[in-house]
Design a protein around this ligand. Structure first.
Ligand code: SAM
Length: 287
């Protein structure tokens, strides 16, 4: 029987072996990832690679490049341009109300995947007149998605479903203000026949994309940040790691800085007292 005919069911002990093996041969530590989603990813990897757990672990131990590939396959990289359009309407308000008068703006996208969130933010910064004074840092644990992000180029057929988000954010007359029409072609070259969407050059050249592991707890730059976006990343972590990362963000925010997390993410316990929540955005509380 072929391996992919077998639905692998892993035990807690199996998962522990995977985490320990990766930790032994690298700096990655998945011990505090959400058990269920991590387990599903490893089961999927075993099916996709058509292999057994023992063989997978042997290859992780014996081949560093293989281990890196497994790490990339563990991560879930789903993303969209202007994902959760309501959140972007709030981000626009926050930018205008809290950051419009700042001379410089330092923004970090933690877990940026292939960059659509980063391009969304830069377009929003252009439309609110803050692009020039913003510095953008965008990081992820997965180097493959970072390469796509850096290229600023996507397959049209892969992104076509959410190109409409742009109009929902900028051109739906949801707002009381009289907002001028924004043409998407100002920011990207969309070619359906040649199957590409290319972000405008000044957007592609702006961010500093680099690899960073949130588990490491290492600051990305020496200065404090005004805005940290870490959307749809914490859901893959267990409660302890979520709290550790939320504390780490608090330490890395400027005093008037804010944190934006995903629609289905929140804070519970002591860590919630580190932030003031306003309109789904978490402002640093100085304690
Ligand atoms: C679902 S995507 C979210 C992308 C984007 N923020 C969004 O909301 O559309 C989650 C990203 O988090 C990254 N990630 C997972 N664990 C990470 C870690 N320990 N450090 C940094 N990035 C991580 C994954 O590689 C993936 O690209």
């Amino acid at each position: 029987m072929l391996f992919h005919d077998i639905k692998m069911k892993l035990t807690e002990q199996d998962i522990q072996r995977v985490q320990d093996t990766i930790k032994t041969v690298s700096s990655y530590d998945f011990s505090d990832y959400s058990y269920n989603s991590f387990c599903r990813r490893i089961e999927k990897i075993l099916g996709d690679y058509n292999t057994t757990l023992d063989e997978l672990l042997r290859n992780i131990q014996g081949n560093y490049n293989f281990m890196e590939k497994v790490v990339r396959d563990i991560t879930v990289n789903t993303t969209e341009l202007f994902r959760d359009t309501d959140a972007w309407l709030k981000i626009r308000n926050i930018l205008k109300q809290k950051f419009a008068s700042k001379e410089s703006l330092h923004i970090w996208h933690a877990g940026c995947s292939s960059g659509q969130e980063v391009y969304s933010m830069m377009i929003m910064l252009c439309e609110t007149g803050m692009f020039e004074r913003a510095s953008i840092y965008a990081t992820d644990i997965n180097e493959n998605v970072l390469r796509t992000a850096m290229s600023g180029q996507y397959k049209y057929h892969e992104v076509q479903d959410y190109i409409g988000n742009f109009d929902k954010v900028f051109n739906a007359k949801l707002h009381s203000e009289d907002v001028p029409y924004v043409d998407i072609r100002k920011y990207m070259d969309i070619n359906k026949n040649r199957d590409y969407v290319k972000m405008e050059r000044s957007l592609v050249e702006k961010p500093l994309f680099f690899k960073h592991d949130l588990v490491s707890g290492e600051p990305i730059i020496a200065r404090k940040l005004d805005i940290i976006l870490c959307r749809n990343v914490l859901i893959y972590f267990n409660h302890d790691l979520q709290n550790k990362v939320l504390k780490f963000f608090h330490e890395n925010l400027a005093n008037d800085g804010c944190l934006i997390i995903g629609r289905h993410e929140g804070m519970i316990g002591h860590v919630a007292s580190l932030y003031d929540k306003k309109d789904s955005v978490y402002f640093k509380r100085t304690v």
